[in-house]
Design a protein around this ligand. Sequence first.
Ligand SMILES: NC(=O)c1ccc[n+]([C@@H]2O[C@H](COP(=O)([O-])OP(=O)(O)OC[C@H]3O[C@@H](n4cnc5c(N)ncnc54)[C@H](OP(=O)(O)O)[C@@H]3O)[C@@H](O)[C@H]2O)c1
Length: 281
Amino acid sequence: MRVLVFGAAGAQGGAVARRLADEGYAVRGLSRTGAAPDGVEPFRADLGDAGRVAEAFAGVTHASVVLPLEFDPVPVAAYVRNVVEAATAAGVRRLVFCTGNRLPAEETGVPAFETRRAAARAMLESPVPSVVLCPPLYLENLAAPWVREGLAAEGVLRYPVPARVRLAWLSHADLAAATLAALTGEGLEGATLDLGGEPVTGPELAAAFGARYEAVDVDAFEAGLAAVAGARTAAGVAATYRWIAGRGHDLYAAPAGGAERLGITVTSPAAWASALRWASR
Ligand SMILES: NC(=O)c1ccc[n+]([C@@H]2O[C@H](COP(=O)([O-])OP(=O)(O)OC[C@H]3O[C@@H](n4cnc5c(N)ncnc54)[C@H](OP(=O)(O)O)[C@@H]3O)[C@@H](O)[C@H]2O)c1
């Protein structure tokens, strides 16, 4: 099994590539800059370059795909087309696509959800045997400076979701475990699996860190994120939180059966927090 991991220089793809390499698989890591974790064969390609994406699949039997922080439907559709066509031509035996978030039941008009819904459909309808993983929110979001500083210095967990809304969480390490299981498990082709632990309210999440919860206004969150990630990315991400705060209170409410189906254990926020020195006061 030779696995091509997309976004291998990034947070999610990096965790997946490291886990697969640690397990002894041959891993090729695709990124724009050509950076990849130790033990991973680096491959520099832009997802918009069909020729380079096709070259990346040379000798590849399995693929782990996550899309970058791009939410414009036109380039994203081209990225997805390039991946699907190249994976089909290479005769890839299993492709695991991580949507980067849960997919709301109904159309939302929110590009971060709808571009990923379209991508999942394209992969499942392609000739490539595919599995779609829908994570909830990542626990690593809580390590971003704008959350971490409040937690460590003030004992306040600030997040752009109303306190009563139940959110589910997943670590990047658990995503990597789920991806490994989805790449290698029997009878999973065509499945769309929700991942994540038991949904918790803001105050319940904060309690895992020994903190109190404060909901942040989404506009303020967007302005802060724009300063570090740029206005387009911030607008794309903020639109998901605006939708959750408005119509999407139930996005994470349904039990996620994906972890059981894949045979993995999901780390709780409390267990994740207890492993962090900065999070304990
Ligand atoms: N649910 C959540 O809580 C949550 C949180 C964060 C993100 N997300 C979702 O996760 C996805 C982003 O993943 P991430 O957090 O792992 O992102 P990330 O850390 O920014 O990593 C992105 C990776 O993709 C590569 N990349 C970027 N643009 C590319 C292009 N045009 N062609 C080829 N490679 C490209 C980057 O390569 P270089 O580094 O070499 O440029 C990097 O390896 C998005 O879909 C986002 O919406 C979800």
